[in-house]
Write a new protein. Structure first.
Length: 138
């Protein structure tokens, strides 16, 4: 069985964040969604749990950082091709996020662009041609 990842993110506006993630390619799993959290599925192994601030505080006493002001994490998600990277960035920018918050990287065999969701969480959309990855010492 493949290992799965569940990324948990605190969000200020669950409805807005759910719509944003749907626009960037995730599908909502209503089985794990209510008025305090939403399970957004990118693939069989990648799930993003959007959690309201009030519910987040049930899990931890740590302060919720303002991700617009500080960097807490940078998440990368693979894409099938360069066009999918660009499509994801276009959707992010058109649906309440910010596109290209970090410089675009194009190394020929690897292409990535980054965006912020409405709460400032940074994502990188990445395409890589593993057959063209340079070999040799790192």
């Amino acid at each position: 069985m493949s290992r799965m990842i569940f990324v948990n993110l605190p969000v200020a506006n669950l409805v807005k964040s759910k719509a944003f993630y749907e626009a960037t390619g995730a599908k909502n799993n209503p089985q794990f969604t209510d008025d305090t959290s939403a399970c957004m599925v990118f693939s069989d192994t990648i799930h993003v749990m959007l959690i309201t601030h009030d519910k987040w505080r049930v899990f931890t006493s740590k302060a919720i950082p303002d991700s617009h002001q500080s960097s807490e994490v940078m998440l990368a998600i693979s894409c099938d091709n360069r066009d999918t990277v660009d499509t994801m960035l276009d959707a992010a920018g058109a649906n309440g996020g910010k596109s290209d918050v970090n410089p675009k990287q194009d190394h020929g065999f690897m292409y990535n662009r980054s965006f912020e969701d409405p709460d400032g969480h940074i994502w990188e959309a990445v395409w890589m041609d593993m057959s063209a990855v340079p070999t040799g010492p790192n």
